[in-house]
Design a protein around this ligand. Structure first.
Ligand code: GEK
Length: 241
């Protein structure tokens, strides 16, 4: 485990919107673990799903890989077979991964690209993972990326998508958010840390509803939307080509 996340201990001192910079990279493992209910289970589900759906000779993508936690799950699932492509547009995240995975990179089991995923090429894919990343793209970019993924998947290929969501009812959204804040508090975050992080994410992390995600995926041709996991306002879905 890396350093403990104390970024918002004194509030949002910089007043800047949240970004995946060096400071966040250093504490990211702790941050996501204490902030996203069920995060570690999503990593296990990704591994199990990749094992089930990987097709020999195809590519496997981890879009928005951060420190490579999902990448690790994919590598474990593939058991040494090559072809994981992990992408992030944060310099510090990709630098970290390049060091952390140097052996697998040398063995040509994985490559890391510093790219905006809305510009990435996706080809011959049997498994594509977007674990809590679509939420950082504009709505237009989400449509473009989902379309590109659909086109890049081989028949029978799968997209594993995890997202934070809100609900149709404001009351339900508020109720579940309160429980999420309670979850963060029980993981040691203070009220100031929780509210400062929420403010810094305003306009940076933009949620949609579960039905908006499903509707868009179906419109683009994906079939069999299957909810693999649901924890408060965090969901993991599988979509099939
Ligand atoms: C995990 N999937 O541990 N292009 C590339 N990367 C992007 C873009 C973009 N346009 N926008 C955001 N990112 C990981 C966790 S974290 C989730 C993913 C979170 C990257 C960003 O740099 C960051 O590393 C990641 O998406 C989001 O399974 O912080 O809630």
């Amino acid at each position: 485990m890396g350093k403990q996340d104390k970024i918002f201990e004194k509030g949002n001192v910089s007043g800047l919107p949240f970004s995946f910079n060096q400071e966040v990279t250093e504490v990211f493992e702790d941050m996501i673990d204490r902030s996203v209910p069920g995060y570690n289970t999503t990593l296990r589900i990704i591994q199990q799903q990749a094992k089930n759906h990987y097709i020999d000779g195809s590519n496997v993508y981890d879009l928005g890989c951060s420190l490579g936690a999902s990448t690790s799950s994919l590598l474990n699932a593939l058991n040494g077979r090559p072809r994981v492509i992990a992408i992030d547009n944060s310099d510090s995240m990709v630098r970290f991964c390049t060091e952390r995975f140097s052996r697998s990179i040398k063995a040509e089991q994985v490559k890391f690209l510093k790219e905006d995923i809305s510009q990435s090429e996706i080809v011959n894919a049997s498994v594509v993972v977007i674990n809590f990343v679509l939420q950082f793209l504009s709505i237009k970019e989400r449509v473009g990326l989902m379309q590109k993924i659909y086109q890049g998947l081989v028949p029978g290929g799968v997209l594993i998508l995890s997202e934070k969501v809100h609900f149709d009812s404001k009351k339900r959204t508020a109720e579940i958010s309160n429980i999420h804040h309670f979850f963060k508090a029980t993981n040691g975050y203070s009220k100031l840390e929780i509210s400062s992080k929420r403010d810094s994410l305003e306009g940076v992390l933009v949620t949609e509803t579960e039905s908006q995600h499903i509707y868009r995926a179906k419109e683009l041709g994906f079939k069999d939307p299957t909810k693999l996991m649901s924890n408060l306002n965090f969901l993991t879905y599988k979509f099939q080509k």
